[in-house]
Design a binder for this molecule. Structure first.
Ligand code: SF4
Ligand code: FES
Length: 225
């Protein structure tokens, strides 16, 4: 099997593709494939040329931290939760998320997610008995990894523009619900930074590793306009 990786030495460098051979476990995750390539004594590409170790991010290796979000065979996914056996063909293509600046190889700067959430002052408040019916959705949204896969898949999200993307719609509902329905400002921010720009493609839901229903959050927020 071949593993084709889009590489970039540093933020200003030209990206290039490099292919490696993989003859390890067919049940391995893509994260394990990257480890397999990286932990050989001498790393060589499939042409036999010496190669640098591949930079990529991970922490939990069990789909809980979002660190390993990348584009695998053209689909935004978590490397630790994507398995070789489920990928078609004899080549695995791995790229960094395309909507975030590359730091090195598969490591990107996702700081914009936190910056945008900070701008509109999202915070985790308390559960309120009055909104008990919403607790299930709040719980679901609270599992968001801030991995950015939904921003990668969303056709309307462009870095630095006014539209903050699906994870922001989810967090808006979270904040609204916990402000006992008096969150006037969050409704204004939701309209400005999400409702105006969303075309309801729902590409976000297809890639979310936590199966968060952006549509459910949107329905709640739109009802509260
Ligand atoms: S909503 Fe899903 S895809 Fe988007 S950041 Fe949260 S966990 Fe990732
Ligand atoms: S390493 Fe944490 S989600 Fe993959």
């Amino acid at each position: 099997m071949k593993v084709k990786i889009k590489r970039q030495q540093h933020p200003g460098a030209e990206p290039y593709w490099q292919t490696f051979d993989y003859d390890g476990d067919g049940n391995a995750s893509v994260a394990a494939v990257l480890d397999y390539i990286n932990y050989r004594d001498d790393i060589v590409d499939s042409d036999g040329n010496a190669a640098e170790r591949i930079s990529w991010e991970c922490s939990c290796l069990q789909g809980m931290c979002g660190g390993c979000a990348m584009v695998i065979n053209n689909v935004p996914r978590l490397a630790c939760d994507t398995f070789v056996r489920d990928l078609k063909g004899s080549v695995i293509t791995i790229e960094p998320l395309r909507k975030f600046p590359v730091i090195c190889d598969l490591v990107v700067d996702r700081g914009i997610i936190q910056e945008n959430l900070r701008k509109i002052n999202t915070y985790i408040g308390e559960y309120h008995k009055e909104t008990e019916k919403d607790h299930e959705l709040e719980y679901q949204i609270g599992r968001c990894l801030k991995c950015g896969l939904c921003l990668e898949a969303c056709p309307n999200y462009v870095k630095g523009e006014n539209f903050y993307g699906p994870l922001f719609a989810n967090d808006s509902f979270f904040v609204f619900s916990r402000s006992k329905g008096s969150g006037k400002q969050i409704k204004t921010d939701y309209n400005e930074h999400f409702a105006k720009g969303c075309s309801k493609s729902l590409a976000c839901e297809k890639v979310c590793p936590m199966n968060i229903s952006t549509l459910a959050a949107m329905a709640k927020m739109n009802r509260n306009h």
